[in-house]
Design a binder for this molecule. Structure first.
Ligand code: FPP
Length: 234
């Protein structure tokens, strides 16, 4: 079985999963958070080199203040706990998205986690927080314009590789497999540039119930695809 080099996951369905159990949405987020820790280890042990997850979008601020508060506290707890796991698994952790939109103490935790794991290379784990693909491209365009103004970037040197180097995912290979849990079949502003040739897998299973067995189904489906990159035969 071919193991994808890079798996991206849109973690969806925490709220609906909790509702189906007669519990508040916040319970779904707590279990979703624990499941991310568990599945990150499973994915690492499988030999996947890159994992990128969509945890909080630039649009998620529109949720109730109460729910946003619960999520921020969960991120605080998760970022702290992630340090231990990063060390244990020699995993480099990077936050993609705009950290300046997060609370100052969360920004400090992000800097700390990225700093302490910067030298690890057994696995590369990207967490999208305050991330939106259009916002990422807007920020990249602003940086490119500033570099052009300062004479560091010439229009004739602009290639796809140069453009990609301005994105939050600079240096990270594009995902091979995208998984979205809980039935929705859309990208919701996630990695629009990077997913150009990625295989998509959608499952009805909500994120808190997405386990190793479900992951294997996704990888099996990936193995049955005839991957093409615009060529006639892959
Ligand atoms: C999707 O479920 C989940 C979110 C938008 C919240 C973020 C994800 C987690 C808490 C998992 C852990 C992540 C980290 C980095 C700690 P939903 O609320 O959109 O569910 P619904 O579509 O059923 O309402």
């Amino acid at each position: 079985m071919k193991i994808p080099n890079h798996i991206a996951i849109i973690l969806d369905g925490n709220g609906r999963w909790a509702k189906s159990k007669g519990r508040p949405r916040s319970y779904g987020h707590v279990v979703g958070c624990d499941n991310l820790e568990k599945m990150c280890n499973v994915i690492c042990d499988m030999g996947v080199k890159y994992l990128t997850v969509y945890a909080f979008s630039t649009e998620n601020w529109k949720r109730s203040a109460e729910e946003v508060g619960v999520l921020m506290n969960l991120f605080r707890r998760y970022l702290k706990r992630c340090e231990r796991n990063a060390k244990k698994r020699q995993m480099r952790v990077k936050i993609i998205g705009d950290p300046t939109g997060m609370a100052p103490d969360i920004q400090d935790m992000i800097a700390e986690l990225e700093g302490m794991s910067a030298g690890y290379d057994h696995m590369f784990f990207q967490i999208a927080l305050n991330y939106g693909s259009r916002d990422e491209m807007r920020r990249a365009a602003a940086k490119m314009t500033a570099d052009a103004r300062d004479g560091k970037l010439r229009p004739e040197d602009m290639s796809e590789e140069v453009f990609a180097s301005y994105l939050d995912t600079a240096g990270i290979p594009d995902p091979d497999l995208l998984i979205r849990t809980s039935g929705e079949q859309r990208l919701s502003n996630f990695l629009l540039w990077q997913l150009a040739y990625t295989e998509f897998y959608f499952t009805e299973t909500p994120w808190p119930a997405f386990d190793e067995k479900e992951l294997m189904k996704a990888i099996e489906a990936y193995n049955n695809r005839d991957r093409r990159f615009g060529d006639a035969k892959s």
